[in-house]
Design a protein around this ligand. Sequence first.
Ligand SMILES: NC(=O)c1ccc[n+]([C@@H]2O[C@H](COP(=O)([O-])OP(=O)(O)OC[C@H]3O[C@@H](n4cnc5c(N)ncnc54)[C@H](OP(=O)(O)O)[C@@H]3O)[C@@H](O)[C@H]2O)c1
Length: 256
Amino acid sequence: MSLAGRRIIVTGASSGLGAATVRHLAGLGAGVLAVARRGDRLERLAHDLADAPGRVVPFRADVTLDVDARAMVAAAAEAFGGVDVLVNNAGSEVQGPIDALSDADFEGMFRANVVSVVVCTRAALGELRVSRGAVINLGSTVVSRPPRGRFGYVASKGAVEAMSRALALDLGRDGIRVNVIRPGIIPSELRGMTEEAERAKLATGVAFGRQALSAVGDARDVAEAVAWLCGAGGRWVTGAVIDVDGGFTLGAADVL
Ligand SMILES: NC(=O)c1ccc[n+]([C@@H]2O[C@H](COP(=O)([O-])OP(=O)(O)OC[C@H]3O[C@@H](n4cnc5c(N)ncnc54)[C@H](OP(=O)(O)O)[C@@H]3O)[C@@H](O)[C@H]2O)c1
């Protein structure tokens, strides 16, 4: 598969799934604007990928701010001549039950996970209308199978999912596709866990009550799904919610 000539913005590119997605898309030949607040990390990523088939341009922005989102889209248009795909991957989580989570943390998650999608998608609309492009939003399988103590994050990702389906309908007239990828449990900074720890859990059988497959999810698994939606394979796919979760939503209940 080649994404040569595709012009893609990836938010939340300074770590985890976003960084892996940038690596994968650049490996397939795409031009990628890599966006986050930690500019040093973006510079390092772009430097690491200097020899990739595609071109990576780092861009520092807070995706919750309209002014930054507009500058981000302008930078992509200037670097690549337009925008074909916006990947709204940036997000954050603060865990806690309803009587412990502060209003500031709850609202912060909605800003990072939901308002960012509105602000960035709106900023990219002009370019996406020209390219008849696509928006890919990162949801989460916790929406279908909520873990305890994470209601605020679950609510924010539920909003992303519902909004994406509504936007798919609204923007379909412009030829713009809007889809959601819902990762399952994948080691990352956001989850505060390492791949080794996760692998160890699976080895002792602890995680089998959680998902169907024993393999640990990898950021690359999500990147592969993003790439498919960016390419010709996704041409007739919109309003879809695609789970990349090792069967987490099946709700394994081996403990019964
Ligand atoms: N890992 C999982 O198991 C999992 C499961 C389901 C869904 N997801 C979703 O997948 C996405 C990526 O998660 P991850 O696991 O890769 O987390 P991560 O490693 O913590 O990465 C989050 C990214 O979002 C960026 N970000 C946060 N707030 C931002 C803001 N205001 N402006 C710009 N960038 C911002 C961070 O960059 P800066 O701090 O440098 O700005 C970072 O690059 C998130 O939407 C998450 O909810 C992850």
